[in-house]
Design a protein around this ligand. Structure first.
Ligand code: AMX
Length: 458
């Protein structure tokens, strides 16, 4: 029988929650100013255009995963098939330039991305430092969640642990409590979603690090240091103190945050939240979607696949050997993980900025060499096979190589890192869903019989 390793230092020992209330960064105050302006803008736009047609739906789309149907409003980011993601109108290279950095650092602080995604504004250095402090002050874990993580069997996949722990944190939901007490009006929903979202974002690194240390280590998790930023605390809690690794995590947590509203994790979070399930339950649903191999779990799959490639072709591989391996993957009915995308039609800019980080920091890392070679080889093969609409690499083709370089070898944990970052995008979206009063989501479905009858009448 598996015996769980219990943290010798309880993971719940952090700053008191009353400190959180006192350490406001000004982010909520800024949102309070912005929200009425956006509400008025949306009201005016809708009064003029509610009946304007923005697209049509084909039978192919109904059977084909609703590709390209414009049926969702997401304020935080927009994905262009050719150019890639823009957070509130800014490309990733622009964010790398404009968002505040840590002292002596070169990569953006994800707290800055959080501010931007929530407000649409690039924050100042002071505002970002204040958000770091506010998140540190909200990071307390309730003891039942810490105990629960400590008792999970190490054979339970880290994403299953992550989803379960997030759902268990729902005891802390201020929205759920106020709603149950009938003490909140619809106009105030966004504020409670904001409080829940900020608390959840603050606690996720503690949850994730506790899962990491209980699954792979001695169960000890370092305490939050209120002087450190969100990523540095996360790295410390996982036991990584290398400065370059912390910089990598700042970049990683910034670029994985948001990818507009239709991807599985964002859409699931939004959908469940539309039933007024609180941010904890909504985000747990989103993370269940991220755990799928065609979505976030692809970063784990990539590392697994690269390990198999290495084993098969060795270090002095030829192009022909790599081509054979890729073709064999396809012929055996598997996808090439890390390649293709439902929306993108060019190399994912999230791949490109990770590649640039690797060019700067990884030197002649063997796995990076292999990944670079595959970048030259895989697209042509996918094009020749003629099935994938997009033969180019996505975000997951690169992330594991960077983590592995710094000794982060536990690939089954990689999707948890993705999940911690994704909170910075989908939870602000959820806050805006409530601010704009979006209703419960309920698209129309049809049976094949009903569809046939419908098209016969056209
Ligand atoms: N390798 C092999 N075949 C691929 C492929 C790949 N990387 N990408 C797409 N295809 C295949 C599809 O499986 C599909 O085959 P089918 O007709 O036999 O079912 C066909 O090409 C058409 O698919 P598509 O329209 O190009 O893609 P999609 O929108 O249906 O799916 C995605 C997109 C990402 C699921 C798909 O490209 C894929 O499976 N990629 C590998 C897994 C991966 O990297 N996922 C991570 C995506 C990013 C993320 O969410 N984190």
């Amino acid at each position: 029988m598996h015996l769980a390793r219990v943290a010798t230092r309880p993971v719940a020992r952090y700053l008191s929650t009353s400190a959180a209330a006192m350490s406001s960064s000004g982010l909520k105050e800024r949102l309070t100013e912005i929200i009425p302006q956006v509400q008025a803008d949306v009201k005016e736009f809708r009064s003029e255009h509610d009946d304007t047609v923005i697209g049509t739906v084909t039978v192919r789309q109904a059977y084909g995963g609703m590709r390209g149907i414009k049926g969702l409003v997401t304020e935080t980011s927009v994905l262009d098939p050719e150019e890639g993601i823009r957070y509130r109108g800014y490309t990733l290279p622009e964010l790398q330039e404009l968002l505040p950095k840590a002292d002596g650092g070169e990569e953006p602080l994800p707290e800055g991305a959080l501010w931007l995604l929530l407000t649409g504004e690039i924050p100042t250095v002071d505002q970002v430092r204040a958000v770091s402090r506010e998140l540190a002050a909200r990071a307390d874990l309730p003891s039942h969640v810490a105990d629960m993580i400590a008792k999970f069997p190490s054979t339970m996949h880290p994403m299953t642990q992550f989803v379960s722990a997030i759902a268990a944190l729902q005891t802390e939901s201020e929205f759920a409590k106020a709603y149950a007490a009938k003490s909140v009006s619809k106009k105030q929903f966004w504020e409670l979603f904001y409080e829940d979202s900020m608390n959840l974002i603050a606690k996720l690194p503690v949850v994730a690090a506790s899962i990491y240390k209980n699954t792979y280590g001695d169960g000890n998790v370092a305490c939050i240091d209120p002087e450190l930023d969100w990523s540095a605390n996360f790295c410390n809690m996982m036991g990584y103190t290398n400065k370059d690794f912390t910089e990598l995590m700042r970049l990683y947590l910034t670029i994985h945050a948001d990818h507009e509203g239709g991807n599985v994790s964002a859409h699931a979070t939004h959908l469940v939240g539309s039933a007024l399930s609180d941010p904890y339950l909504s985000f747990a649903a989103g993370m269940s979607g991220l755990a799928g191999p065609l979505h976030g779990l692809a970063n784990q799959e990539v590392l697994q696949w690269l390990t198999e490639v290495q084993k098969e072709v060795g270090e002095d591989f030829t192009d022909e050997q790599l081509k054979d391996f890729v073709w064999n993957t396809l012929k055996s009915g598997n996808v090439v993980p890390g390649y293709g995308h439902a929306v993108l039609r060019k190399t994912d800019p999230r791949y490109t900025c990770q590649r640039e980080f690797a060019l700067k920091h990884l030197g002649d890392d063997k796995l990076f060499r292999l990944v670079s070679k595959l970048y030259e080889i895989v697209p042509d093969i996918l094009l020749e096979q003629g099935k994938a609409a997009n033969p180019w690499p996505n975000v997951d083709a690169h992330s594991g190589v960077l983590l592995r370089h710094y000794g982060f070898n536990e690939q089954n944990f990689y999707t948890v890192l993705f999940g911690v970052s994704r909170a910075l995008g989908v939870l602000p979206s959820l806050v805006w869903d409530r601010a704009l009063g979006l209703p419960i989501e309920r698209p129309k479905s049809m049976s094949t019989k009903a569809l046939k009858e419908f098209v016969a009448k056209l």
